[in-house]
Design a protein around this ligand. Sequence first.
Ligand SMILES: C[S@@+](CC[C@H](N)C(=O)[O-])C[C@H]1O[C@@H](n2cnc3c(N)ncnc32)[C@H](O)[C@@H]1O
Length: 414
Amino acid sequence: MDYHTLSKEELIAHINELENKPYGLVWEKREEFIPQNITLRHNHEHHILKAQGQPTHTLIEGENLYALTLLKKHIYDSLDVICFVPPYFTRNNDLRYTDNFSSNKKNQFKYSEWINFMYHRLVIAKDLLKQDGFIAVHIDEKMHPYLQLLMNDIFGESNFVSDITWQNKYGRANDKKTISSLTEYILIYAKNQKNIQFARTALNQEYVNKTYKNHDNDKRGAWRTSQLYKDKNQKSYKVTSPCGVEWEKPWNVTPETFVKLAYDNRIWWGKDGTAQPRKKIFLAESNGQVEINLWTGKEYGYVGDGKTELEKWIPLKGKFLYPKPVQLEKKILSLHPNKNAKIMDFFAGSGTLGQAVMELNEEDGGKRECLLITNNENNIFDEITYPRLRNVIESRGFKENWLCYHLEHEKDPL
Ligand SMILES: C[S@@+](CC[C@H](N)C(=O)[O-])C[C@H]1O[C@@H](n2cnc3c(N)ncnc32)[C@H](O)[C@@H]1O
C-alpha cells in the first residue's frame, strides 16, 4: 500500500483497523472489479443430454468471481458441498497451473494478493452453502496457515470441522536437506457446525474378519464382545453363568439390564461358559465408524494417480496438470449423508470433481448434481475440462446430463 497517496482519514481508518485486529490475518484488502451485466449464454453445441429425469450438471466457462456473483442471486443458501483446489501461489511462474499472483512484486505482504483473491470468492461461497452444508478446500503446507486463518475469519472458528492430512506421496525426496513432505491438507468448514453430521463409513473389512466371529452360531450373525464392567463408580453385584460360576464386579449396566441382555442371549461367558461375562455386539447392528482425519495414499490415491486417471481420457501432451485423484474427491463428497447433494467446484480445472460425482452416483445410486466453473486458461476448458467429461460419459455409459454455459460480461477496464 502506498501510504503517501492516502488522505488523513484513510490513514486513520487503516491504523484503526490494524489496532483493532491485534492477531490473525492481515492483508491488503482490495476490491475486485465486478461487471454490471453478467449473463450466462447457453453453449448449445456442448450440451450433453443423455436421459430425462437423471442428474443434470452444469458447466460454466468463465471468471469464477463473476459467476459466483451472478449465482448468488439464484442459488443463495442451496448447496450441500463446495469442494475445490485453489490456484497455487508462486512468484516463480514454475506453476503447474499458471496464476496471477507472481507478477505483483510491489505487494508488501507476501501472500496478500492470493489471500485477497481467495477472500472475495470464499465470502460468496459461504452464502451459497445450505445451513447443513460444508466446504472442503485442498491446500499445501505452505499456504495452509494463511488459508486456515482466512477461513476462520470468514466461516468463524466455531465452524471449523477438520483439517484432513492426505498422504499425497509415498517416496521421500532424498535430495532435501531437512524434511521431505509427503502430505497435503483438506480444510473443512461448516456453514453452521450445529447442523452438520457426516455419514459414517463402513467398518474396515480386515478388522471385521479379524474381530467379528460367531462362536455360538447365533442366528443374528457374527459378533464381537465388549467389556461389561467398570472399575469405578458402579455398585458391585453378583451374576451367575448358565453353568453356575459366580462373578461379582461393578458391572457397567444395571442388574435389570444385565438380566435383559442375558435373556436375549447377548452375554458371552466364554467357550466353556465359565469366563468373565462380556457383552455381544452384532455386526448387523453396527452403524459403521466415524471418519478420521488421516487419509492414506494407499486408500485414496497419490498425487500421480489423478494425472494417470486424467490421461485415460485426454492426451496431456506434456501439459503440467496435477489434478487430485478421483478416489480422494469421491471420499470428500461421500462425507455428506445426502446422496442427492448439490455440489460445486468453482476452480474446476480438468473437471475431476465432475467425474467423481458421476462415479459416486453410479456406485451408490445417488442423484448428486454438480456445478463446475472454470476459466479457459491455457485452453483448459476447450482442450481438457469439456472433452474429459464428455469422454468419461461416453466410455462409461453414464446416463447423466450436462448443460454448458459461457459467461458473458463487459471487460475489466484494467
Ligand atoms: C489448482 S487448479 C484446479 C484443479 C482441479 N481440481 C482439477 O481437477 O484439475 C485451479 C484451476 O482453476 C482455474 N482458475 C484459476 N483462477 C480462476 C478464476 N478466477 N476463475 C475460474 N477459474 C479459475 C484454472 O484454470 C485452474 O485450472
